[in-house]
Ligand binder design. Structure first.
Ligand code: N01
Length: 874
């Protein structure tokens, strides 16, 4: 029931008419994206037509004219950079310009570049169908015309399709109804009116103070409170002016290569690592002088660590409590159901102060839900309220709504709506498989709404324009991503979201605000800088992941960009920057010192109930062990654990965080054993020690606080090798009885011919050269084929305990781990095999350092619980 009220406001130049019917490119939308794209296309000498539903340029700033509407990114940043003259001459009047000024800016750009002559206003594209024979798009427009184009670009904006109102009785109301997203162009006089506002997102938070100053009574219906910070609006801050004075092009370039498309200081400190006083001082500073990007980035871990996030949440809640006089209203305005920053932080002018006004009331819909809208107002379950005006500030079907709102059909009649029925599937947020020559600007899967939109728009427009130009010069006529590339990108977008707290909120970023919309994190959280580099790399790699065709050619460059987990990639990049020496160039003792020094830098891991260090008899003398006891009352099942380090390095210290983590997660005792190391003591000492230790643990289970008979083995890397061998030795020696074996990226063979040794030879911490170095230190070539060194070579793998085997995609040991899982299963052993995409040999044990390993450790712990399921209920 949107009530639109458009008036034509366009300035100079005649609009395009429907006379022409065929173009190189048709663009939908004359917001900032469509306008700049038109300019670029003209520069390439292409024929282009922009179709715009509104009566003038401006997009979001054309439609969203509600009182108080303004930018939440400083205007000097939220402006075009492509036209240096424009950039130098346009003067913003305020730090955050109001909507009319931003719209005037859009109109000024349209005038300056004479854009309107190629824009057809007050027209919608209703359907777009790909014609495979002609390699063109056929578009039907709301004026009844059909036009065709080689390329079709959706520049429809991320927040342009208003969400359908999902409140009972909406059509019954006989008073005036307004939507913030479609505010009448002539304005609305609320003087003397009883006004109800539904929603407390950015639009409501900006408009409520202005409406409250005019209305007789204003009632705010809040379902979920939002975090909002003061705009502190005013003149453009001096630091911005200084930065611009130093050189505008450099300033713009720095923004292009920043995380959010705005140059701000990004902290590298944890919010948990500083004193309360220091943190509070920092928060006050960014609150007073910064914007939403500075506040969220004031410490490095607000968006990844719940404890750090909660510190900032409480700071903001205290601001609300200090501002709103009525404590009950203040508490109702305090967000408590999602981490700050996981919904877009709002920027306001006097929002919380408004609730101190006599004529303003907050209705908390969580306590007093709406039962229906009536002819004269809104009925709550426990009260009837009368209004002259209802304002819906209920948001948008974000990021996908406007795109699938057009009936788009690609190859073989596949509709985009169907292709995206489980969530949008794009390559780079730019294109979709089976939709040739269809581009999206700031589409789902690109940084878009998590960034300064102007920077992201310019980057996408440039990429698309360059791509079309490139096709033309190569004599090619179509481009589309391969399914592999799309699947890989969707995975990468999800991987990035999953290492943040973002998916925890019921936000429009997740599609959670629209009933029935699939819950998928829509934008790309990897940052503008990283994303730009990826887009550039794809082009430099001859359009990796794309298929391009011409009249007589077909170029398919199938592949996936960004296969490594994002946090692992960041770690690899940091390590590469340190230019560390390789361990295989060191002596064993140098390598031990080196790995101990690295281990000293890592996070400690969680607290467990108790840690006890002790000594047990090994095969050739006493061995040290460390026991980790859960905090829950015992006795507990026991896991005998063997550390990694290629039989040469490591100790219970090196794997301490992993053992803590698994102990806490699985509620089992871990006994981590220091077996003898090579080259001082070579094969089979480590295996003999591991077996002797396991026997001793089994014999002393009760004394250790364990449950006799409830014993499993586990190990990582060479420790996984030992755990697998212990399982075989226990089977062959009549005991001890083991209930399970957990093998994390284990060494199972000494055969270097498997593909993973070549594919992952270098670059992922454990190298093929280092594996050779380990084997050379540990075992003679003749010994390496013994099952006591290479457990996959055992005569039989039958009757071994149930196994969980974890292998990592970028690990030289991947294929032998996979092969062991397969061989065990073939021998009738119950096996849970978890191949981990994007992980490397060392990433899963990196507790609290690499977030993407946590769900894998949770699965490992679940497997351990499963081994002991007789004792621990599922
Ligand atoms: O929309 P929103 P918006 N019953 O989705 C409520 C950008 N923007 O237009 O959270 C009751 O944020 C809903 O409640 P809940 C900016 O990126 C920027 O305000 O679903 N309430 C919520 O409170 C922003 O994030 C600026 O429980 C219902 C509100 O309506 C984005 O646009 C200015 C309801 C919707 O909030 C969207 O902001 C404005 C129902 N049935 C916007 N349905 C700048 O500053 C929905 N709600 C540049």
């Amino acid at each position: 029931m949107l009530r639109e009220n458009d008036v034509s406001t366009n300035g100079s130049g005649a609009d395009a008419t429907a006379a022409d019917v065929d173009f190189d490119v048709v663009v939908v939308g004359a917001g900032f994206a469509g306008m700049y794209l038109l300019h670029r296309l003209r520069g390439l000498g292409l024929s282009a037509r922009v179709i715009e539903a509104g009566a003038d340029v401006g997009g979001t700033w054309y439609w969203n004219r509600y009182p108080g509407a303004r930018c939440d990114i400083q205007s000097v940043d939220y402006s075009y950079s492509f036209d240096a003259e424009l950039d130098e001459t346009w003067q913003w009047t305020e730090k955050y310009a109001p909507q009319p000024e931003i719209l005037r800016y859009a109109q000024h750009v349209a005038d300056k570049h004479d854009l309107r002559r190629d824009i057809q206003f007050s027209t919608r594209v209703e359907s777009a169908v790909w014609d495979d024979n002609d390699s063109r798009w056929q578009l039907r427009t709301s004026d009844g015309n059909t036009i065709t184009s080689r390329f079709y670009v959706m520049a429809t904006g991320c927040l342009s399709m208003p969400k359908e109102v999902d409140i009972a009785g909406t059509d019954r109301f006989t008073g005036a109804v307004y939507f913030t997203s479609r505010w009448p162009h002539e304005g609305v006089d609320l003087t003397g009116k009883r006004v109800g506002v539904i929603g407390t997102g950015s639009s409501a938070i900006q408009s409520i103070p202005v409406m409250a100053a005019q209305a007789a009574q204003l009632t705010v219906f809040q379902r979920t409170p939002n975090f909002s910070m003061p705009a502190n609006n005013g003149p453009i801050p001096q630091d911005k002016l200084d930065a611009l004075a130093k050189g505008r092009p450099q300033y713009r370039e720095a923004a292009r290569w920043s995380g959010a498309g705005v140059t701000v200081d990004i902290s590298t400190t944890s919010a948990l690592a500083v004193s309360d006083e220091e943190r509070l001082a920092k928060y006050e500073d960014v609150w007073e002088h910064g914007g939403i990007i500075q506040v969220i980035n004031s410490y490095m871990d607000h968006l990844v660590n719940p404890a750090a996030n909660e510190l900032l949440c409480e700071f903001v809640r205290n601001k609300i409590r200090a501002t709103v006089k009525d404590p009950e209203t203040a508490e109702a305005l305090c967000p408590k159901t999602f981490p700050i920053g996981t919904k877009r932080l709002c920027v306001d002018t006097g929002y919380y102060e408004t609730f101190n006004r006599e004529n303003v009331r907050l209705v908390d819909l969580r306590v007093h839900p709406i039962s229906t809208i009536t002819e004269s107002g809104i009925d709550l379950v426990d009260e009837s309220l009368e209004f002259d005006v209802i304002v819906f500030a209920t948001g948008f079907d974000a990021m996908t709504g406007a795109i699938v709102g057009v009936d788009i059909a690609g190859r073989d009649g596949l509709t985009l709506k169907d292709a995206w029925s489980e969530g949008p599937k794009t390559y780079l947020g730019l294109m979709a498989a089976r939709f040739p020559n269809l581009f999206m600007i700031t589409g789902p899967g690109s940084p878009s709404v998590l960034s300064n939109m102007m920077v992201s728009i310019e980057q996408h427009v440039d990429w698309i324009a360059d791509c079309i130009d490139n096709l033309r010069s190569a004599g090619l006529s179509t481009i589309e991503p391969t399914q592999t590339a799309v699947d890989g990108w969707v995975q990468h977008v999800n991987d990035y979201a999953d290492i943040t707290l973002m998916p925890q909120a019921n936000s429009w970023y997740m599609g959670a605000n629209v009933p029935g919309k699939p819950r998928v994190f829509l934008p790309y959280a990897g940052g503008v800088d990283r994303y730009r580099a990826i887009c550039n790399e794809i082009v430099a790699d001859d359009y990796l992941g794309f298929e391009r065709r011409g009249p007589s050619t077909q170029r398919v460059n199938d592949g996936i960009v960004c296969r490594v987990q994002p946090d692992v990639q960041l770690m690899l990049e940091a390590m590469a920057a340190m230019n560390l020496p390789t361990m295989d160039s060191m002596s064993a003792s140098e390598a031990r010192d080196f790995s101990n020094a690295i281990a000293a830098q890592r996070a400690p891991g969680p607290d467990v109930g108790e840690i006890v260090d002790g000594v047990l008899p090994g095969a050739g003398g006493d061995l040290n062990y460390r026991l980790y006891r859960p905090a829950s009352p015992g006795p507990h099942p026991i896991v005998a654990y063997f550390h990694g380090g290629g039989w040469v390095l490591g100790s219970f210290d090196s794997d301490d965080p992993l053992c803590r983590d698994l102990c806490v997660r699985s509620d089992a005792i871990f006994v981590s054993v220091d077996y003898r190391h090579a080259p001082e003591v070579r094969f089979p000492a480590a295996a003999d020690d591991a077996f002797a230790a396991t026997q001793w643990i089994a014999d002393n289970a009760a004394a250790l606080g364990g449950i006799p008979g409830e014993l499993a083995v586990a190990g990582w890397s060479a420790g996984g090798n030992l755990a697998a061998i212990v399982a075989q030795l226990a089977r062959d020696s009549g005991g001890p009885r083991l209930v399970g074996q957990l093998l994390l990226t284990p060494v199972t063979d000494s055969d270097f011919s498997r593909a993973s040794y070549t594919e992952n030879a270098d670059g992922y911490v454990l190298t093929t050269a280092l594996m050779r170095w380990f084997w050379d230190h540990y075992a003679d070539p003749d010994d390496r084929i013994s099952p006591k060194a290479a457990p996959i070579r055992a005569e039989s793998l039958a009757d071994l305990p149930p196994a969980m085997i974890v292998t990592c995609e970028f690990d030289p040991l991947r294929d032998e781990g996979d092969a062991y899982a397969e061989a065990l299963a073939a021998a009738g052993v119950p096996v849970r095999h978890l191949p981990c995409h994007g992980q490397i040999h060392t990433s899963i044990p990196a507790v609290d350092m690499l977030l993407s390993g946590a769900p894998i450790r949770a699965e490992m712990a679940a497997a351990i619980r499963g081994f002991f399921k007789a004792r621990v209920p599922a």
